[in-house]
Ligand binder design. Sequence first.
Ligand code: GRF
Length: 209
Amino acid sequence: MKEKRPRLGVLLSGTGRTLENLLERIEGGRLPAEVAIVISSRKDALGLLRAQRRKIPTAVIRPKDYRDSSSFSAEITRTLETNRVDLVVLAGFMHFYQIPKAFENRVVNIHPALIPAFCGEGFYGHHVHQAVLAYGVKISGCTVHFADNQYDHGPVILQRAVVVLEGDTPETLAARVFEEEKEALPEAIRLFAEGRLRVEGRVVHILPL
Ligand code: GRF
């Protein structure tokens, strides 16, 4: 199958470990993609520095500078389009981005649990792992999915499972889940690059090579 190097637009709000992982894989020739723009919702996000260090274009788009979620999202879309982005990656982005028709099935999110469990508004960061442990499930994991205009809702691309261990804390569980995220997200991007993802309703079919 013909492989193309998609231009990624990475949206983040925090430490950017997810971005770092993608960049290391791209730099190591293990992921056919390039990061065209990093958009941060905070001026002081460490993720911005990681991009700037590599001379990757960055933009800061803060919700508080816009009158509502629509105008905030419109500015994000404008910036993505200006930078000719093929695929948008929500990499620890803490705000709602209203996805326009033009980006339908071209925005991926990584969530640190097995959707449809432990997801939706308010389920982010350690809240997710706390909820997993409080519920007592024995398996958690991570999900990469196409984002739509509901929290953690769009069609699932890939999931990886993690066994919950006796004595786990939100921190120890988060660390093991993150190791799986580091594999799942690049894999999903690779499948996108190879043109192997076909969405039918809620189901993402992975086409053979
Ligand atoms: C990850 O746990 C991911 O599942 C969630 O945000 C976290 C990444 O944040 N969407 P960062 O890359 O450490 O900033």
